[in-house]
Design a protein around this ligand. Structure first.
Ligand code: NAP
Length: 243
């Protein structure tokens, strides 16, 4: 049977690496046939990732979606259901960060961050969970952050949005346990991705790579269905970057 897997923010960074990891695992495992529904706002990125996954032998579908828009996520879910009739995994990876001093955060920074990380993630999860509830199977993964538990001076609104995700995860888990649905909270420390912009180059040597997070995440999905890896905390071996 095919595993229908939606990955948000699949065009860059950690989401891109998760898509490629799923495809690579499938190439090594005859029993595993993922279909990757790749979503983000940038079609060009998605086409590039879809091409890489297809070259490895994995079927993909591209869904250009702004997850901050509940109508767009409704379309993402209905398109997936029309085409495949089920959803086995949702990777809530899409996320944004505006890293500045607390006093410099504008209302636009606040709304932008909260609309993607908190509101967008909430409403997409709210649409997918009842499908899994009915299937009595499925797996919802959140790429949250260590900033959901540890605050940094520059992370005020980002931390707020990730603490909010942890609140959603804790509540969702109570429903999910009743219907055989797995929920995994992946909390990475600093990872070298486009999210860091130019400052990423400065810290590159003390950061993790997107593939490191992807391998832990896909590993959790590939556990036997009876086993739920509920939390994964991954940090650079040297600890957090103090920003
Ligand atoms: P990234 O390299 O900036 O990639 C983010 C992805 O999300 C892109 O594909 C982006 O594509 C997509 N995205 C952003 N806003 C979106 C929206 N409104 N709708 C749909 N897609 C959207 O970031 P990353 O570092 O891989 O981060 C991925 C996740 O890991 C985030 O949730 C982040 O908070 C978390 N995380 C990152 C780090 C780190 O150090 N990098 C550490 C801990 C946790 P478009 O812009 O084209 O839409």
């Amino acid at each position: 049977m095919k595993d229908i897997i939606i990955i948000t923010g699949a065009g860059k960074g950690i989401g891109r690496a998760i898509a490629i990891d799923f495809a690579q695992r499938a190439a090594q495992n005859e029993q595993f046939h993922p279909v990757l529904v790749l979503s983000s706002r940038t079609a060009g990125d998605l086409e590039e990732v879809a091409g890489l996954c297809q070259d490895i032998g994995t079927e993909t579908m591209i869904a250009e979606t702004d997850i901050a828009d509940p109508k767009a996520t409704e379309t993402l879910v209905s398109m997936t259901m029309e085409k495949f009739g089920r959803i086995d995994c949702l990777v809530n990876n899409a996320g944004v960060g505006r890293f500045k001093a607390l006093t410099e955060i504008t209302e636009e920074d606040f709304d932008y961050t909260m609309n993607v990380n908190a509101k967008g993630t909430f409403f997409l999860t709210q649409k997918v969970f009842p499908i899994m509830q009915q299937q009595r199977s499925g797996h919802i993964v959140f790429i949250s952050s260590i900033a959901a538990e540890t605050a940094f001076k520059s992370s005020s609104v980002y931390s707020m949005s990730k603490f909010a995700q942890n609140g959603l995860i804790a509540s969702l888990r109570l429903y999910a346990r009743e219907c055989n649905v797995r929920v995994t909270n992946v909390m990475p420390g600093a990872v070298y991705t486009p999210m860091w912009g130019e400052s990423g180059e400065h810290f590159k040597d003390v950061m993790m790579m997107p593939e490191d997070i992807a391998s832990a995440t896909v590993g959790a999905y590939l556990q036997p269905e009876r086993t739920c890896i509920e939390e994964i905390v991954v940090r650079p071996t040297g600890g957090d970057i103090n920003s």
